[in-house]
Design a protein around this ligand. Structure first.
Ligand SMILES: [Ca+2]
Length: 91
């Protein structure tokens, strides 16, 4: 996940397939900025479909990314600088 559109700016490689709340210790971009309400582009490099949510605890789904799929600009999905959790759809 990146802080800016087109896979640029601060970056975090999220190891877990499920994160309930981005507003948690350790969830910062590599530039130190918090990721909560700040993600602008995503590439799903896992082998599972991931659902991304505007609120913590998997509330208010915004988009689903299949394995290998990406979203270059979350403005296109209506949830730029808004994501707070994600979930492995097959979990
Ligand atoms: Ca952003």
């Amino acid at each position: 996940m990146w802080e800016d559109a087109n896979f640029s700016g601060g970056f975090i490689s999220a190891a877990a397939y499920t994160v309930a709340n981005f507003n948690s210790p350790g969830y910062s971009f590599d530039n130190g900025h918090p990721i909560n309400d700040a993600v602008s582009s995503i590439w799903n490099r896992t082998s599972q479909p991931l659902v991304f949510y505007v609120d913590a605890d998997w509330k208010n789904a915004c988009l689903t990314l299949q394995p290998g799929a990406s979203a270059a600009n979350l403005v296109d999905y209506g949830c730029n600088d808004a994501l707070s959790s994600y979930y492995d759809q097959n979990a």
